[in-house]
Design a protein around this ligand. Structure first.
Ligand SMILES: [Zn+2]
Ligand SMILES: [Zn+2]
Length: 501
């Protein structure tokens, strides 16, 4: 649940900007970009320093709601009010979930007579620019048995996920159906829903088969307190309802944690919530899919046994599934690296859970070593898994036809040193995974690919590997010294690097 770090956020930046227009405008073609003017003055206890913040915004109407939210973070202009004793610039990028704001911020510190103004502007892109941006980076492979894709953005409305899917040549996709870090969200815009369904038809995308939405990070179905339980259930139910309205059949979520209860009760509560949701006709036939988790401790889902126990308590066994996240299970101690290890893990899955419950996969390499219980996604072939496990995976016919969703990090440094997303990474990874089907592992092609990717990830593997080692050494030292105390809490806390997916 920790906020994602800069280096490992594969999804947050693009998906934390959901649907800026749903529920705000009766007309999907008329989008309002709001603007506010706000001035704030703060005085500290000594009355010396003063901070003044001015937020300026204008109201504009545009024909399409689509691009604003994604554009916003990229255009920053800094205007400084020349004043004596200026010391530092203040940059604040503020993109709300519902609106895109143009922000002008003034910070004055009277001690030094400092004043800085930072103006953030949203530049409108021309139609040609937008089209060039969304032209497919790779063509979709028609008739592929392997359904590979990525977790794409719904900024501007859920229907935009289809454009984003075509853009990267994907045959499967994940989305957040609403803001994954907020409780309050506008309802699903029926026009967006229609556009989504039409878009699927137009591009021959079968949302019932290849779409796997991801649940909110806030929801913990294992919470025992009545108010928290209701809040979590309502959000869960709302997501299942949205899925049903969009023709989506699978819905992936993190099972929960037993921070406020026992593991046994947590598992019982999760199953109870699922049973309750099944009985609500608004959820149609949607199948809740439990994601395998990387951590142990109070996190539920770090072992196959956890998931099997939930499933055991679910009444309608036709409406429950599991999603294997390759990074998570590897970090949790299930090996996939050699064909033998892969076969052994799949056998374990079948024995403990049952392969019939396997409904989808999250395809990620891991920046953290085997059994480190760290959730750190890496690009395919660059992490501690390497390329071989993905060869094992895509050549397992039992997995063909299941949605395989990349949650790999795509942040790169732009020319100006700022972070930007390179969706070409996903486009290339999709094609890479498709290419691995039937590829001879002892041949030059595979060896070359494997080596190149492995070398590309060397620095990150070393960095995270070092972190894990130091942590282990520290934990061993603490164990040797004082016992108990904060131990459990510490094991549960996440590092800044940690992923959420
Ligand atoms: Zn996840
Ligand atoms: Zn995942």
């Amino acid at each position: 649940m920790a906020p994602k770090s800069d280096s490992d956020s594969s999804l947050s930046s693009l998906s934390a900007t959901p649907d800026p227009s749903s529920g705000t405008s009766p007309d999907t073609l008329a989008q309002v970009t709001k603007a506010t003017v706000k001035t704030q003055t703060k005085t500290n206890s000594k009355g010396k320093k003063r901070k003044a913040e001015t937020v300026t915004t204008t109201t504009k109407r545009t024909k399409k709601a689509v691009v604003e939210a994604e554009e916003a973070p990229n255009h920053e202009e800094v205007a400084e009010t020349p004043k004596k004793g200026q010391k530092r610039a203040v940059k604040k990028a503020k993109v709300t979930d519902d609106v895109v704001e143009e922000t002008a911020q003034v910070e004055a510190e009277e001690d030094y007579g400092e004043t800085k103004v930072v103006v953030k502007k949203t530049k409108r892109k021309s139609k040609a620019e937008k089209e060039a941006e969304l032209a497919p980076l790779e063509e979709r492979t028609v008739g592929s048995k392997l359904l590979v894709g990525a977790h794409v953005s719904i900024a501007g409305g859920v229907h935009n996920s289809i454009t984003n899917l075509i853009h990267i040549g994907a045959n499967a996709f994940a989305v957040f159906l609403k803001n994954q870090r907020k409780w309050d969200n506008p309802a699903l815009d029926p026009e967006h829903a229609t556009l989504f369904i039409d878009g699927c038809k137009k591009h021959d995308v079968e949302p019932g088969i290849c779409c796997l939405p991801h649940g909110s990070y806030l929801v913990n179905l294992a919470h025992p307190a009545e108010d928290r339980k209701k809040q979590a259930y309502d959000s869960f139910l709302d997501d299942l309802t949205r899925s049903h309205k969009l023709g989506i059949k699978l819905y992936n979520f993190h099972p929960g944690n037993s921070n406020a209860t026992t593991r046994e009760d947590g598992i019982r509560l999760i199953a109870e919530n699922i049973n309750k949701a099944h009985k609500d006709p608004a959820t149609g036939e949607v199948i809740p899919v439990l994601e395998t988790m990387a951590s142990l401790g109070n996190t539920i889902g770090g072992t196959f046994e956890d998931l099997a126990e939930i499933i055991k308590l679910v009444e309608d066994k036709n409406r429950i599934g599991v999603c294997i996240d390759t990074c998570h299970i590897f970090a949790a101690g299930y090996d996939l690296r050699t064909p033998e290890a892969f076969a052994e893990t799949m056998k374990k899955f079948d024995e403990v859970i049952g392969l019939k419950y396997l409904k989808a996969l999250h395809i990620n390499d891991s920046k953290a070593p085997f059994a480190s219980h760290r959730d750190l996604h890496a690009r395919i072939g660059t992490g501690y898994l390497g390329l071989r496990p993905f060869h094992n995976l895509v050549n397992d016919k039992r997995l063909h036809g299941l949605p395989m969703v990349l949650e790999t990090p795509i942040d790169v440094k732009g020319e100006d040193g700022k972070k930007i997303e390179d969706k070409g990474i996903w486009a290339r990874e999709i094609k890479l995974l498709e290419r691995l089907v039937g590829m001879y592992v002892e041949g030059d092609e595979f060896k070359k690919l494997e080596k190149e990717l492995f070398e590309a990830g060397a620095d990150e593997r070393e960095r995270i590997g070092g972190q894990v080692e130091r942590k282990k050494a520290k934990a061993a030292g603490e164990k040797g010294g004082k016992k108990g105390g904060k131990g459990k809490k510490k094991a549960e806390s996440k590092d800044a690097d940690e992923d959420d997916e």
